[in-house]
Design a protein around this ligand. Structure first.
Ligand SMILES: NC(=O)c1ccc[n+]([C@@H]2O[C@H](COP(=O)([O-])OP(=O)(O)OC[C@H]3O[C@@H](n4cnc5c(N)ncnc54)[C@H](OP(=O)(O)O)[C@@H]3O)[C@@H](O)[C@H]2O)c1
Length: 278
């Protein structure tokens, strides 16, 4: 089963392939959601400063019966911060909010502040290198175990790789049936950068799509399981979000394989709208 599958990142750190996304779970509710997720078998969680729920996620982790070392926690810098000192402070503030001694994976959430996305061409190459330098220092200080990026295009990844000594371990991007950025995925793979698929269920939009339902019926699985297996078979780590125990269990229980022919058809399936990056 994929729930048992662990992947090794390019820095030797091991990470579960199915992780719980927590965007839009509020800070009061997320503590209980994390506990429930741990009870059904999740050991990895994805959050961000910009989700406003880091302290609740932290409480969920340290109130659980599982050892801290058995949990993999990812968070992301505020997208608005693009300088060294601001990044350094943001990392210390995140550790305070979690009340934890280290973060397993820290990502640059976006190469651009949210307000500029799809509006302004500035890719903030210098600012992202400032972020990265502070993240490398946090890595050396033991505050984080791995560092990576999110929503980075090829040029943004190249900027980090060509100007730094430590490579990102992951690029967290939107990947699901209907949205497969093949060139970017290949580019990252060739550099040894693991793809993490966010919004693997297309934020829920595609779960009622008759085309997805037909394939799900063929494999006797739910539409969500079909969509997650698709991303896993593309080699991604997946981050399905749910605050419902039954759905959480369903999303962890992926033990079938989509045929090569059906994968080829599903890769071509198109959806017009895109989830906003957050
Ligand atoms: N880096 C970035 O910029 C970025 C951007 C977007 C997302 N993310 C990360 O990726 C995670 C997942 O993405 P997402 O939150 O956009 O959406 P998603 O995981 O693609 O879809 C979540 C939606 O699907 C529903 N759902 C989940 N499992 C289901 C199941 N088995 N059956 C039926 N419905 C199901 C959820 O319903 P319920 O909520 O009712 O359970 C929710 O409405 C986020 O939480 C976040 O951690 C990162």
């Amino acid at each position: 089963m994929y729930s048992d599958k662990i992947l090794m990142l390019n820095n030797g750190v091991e990470v579960p392939r199915i992780q719980l996304g927590t965007w839009l779970i509020n800070n009061d509710d997320v503590r209980k959601v994390i506990r429930q997720a741990i009870n059904v078998g999740y050991r990895a969680f994805d959050t961000a400063k910009d989700y406003g729920n880091e302290s609740g996620v932290g409480k969920g982790i340290w109130n659980s019966d599982v050892e801290r070392s058995d949990i993999f926690l990812t968070t992301k810098l505020p997208a608005s911060i693009k300088d060294y000192e601001g990044t350094k402070k943001a990392i210390d503030d995140a550790l305070d909010r979690f009340s934890l001694e280290y973060i397993d994976m820290l990502l640059i959430h976006s190469p651009q502040p949210w307000i500029e996305v799809n509006r302004i061409n500035d890719r903030h190459f210098e600012g992202n290198l400032e972020n990265w330098r502070a993240m490398e220092d946090a890595l050396k200080a033991g505050k984080v175990r791995s560092i990576g990026v999110s929503n980075f295009l090829q040029e943004d990844v190249a900027n980090i790789v060509n100007n730094s000594s430590i490579k990102p371990v992951v690029n967290q991007i939107e990947v699901h049936i209907g949205n497969v950025p093949t060139d970017l995925m290949k580019y990252c793979k060739n550099l040894g950068i693991q793809i993490e698929a966010y919004s693997p269920l297309a934020h829920g939009r595609l779960l009622k799509d008759p085309r997805i339902r037909t394939y799900a019926e063929k494999y006797h699985v739910s539409p969500a399981q079909l969509m997650l297996s698709f991303d896993l078979q593309l080699g991604c780590i997946v981050l399905p979000k749910s605050d419902n125990v039954k759905e959480m269990q369903e999303n962890l229980n992926i033990d079938f394989e989509i045929s090569a022919d059906d994968m080829a058809d599903l890769v071509k399936l198109k959806e017009n709208t895109q989830t906003m990056a957050v």
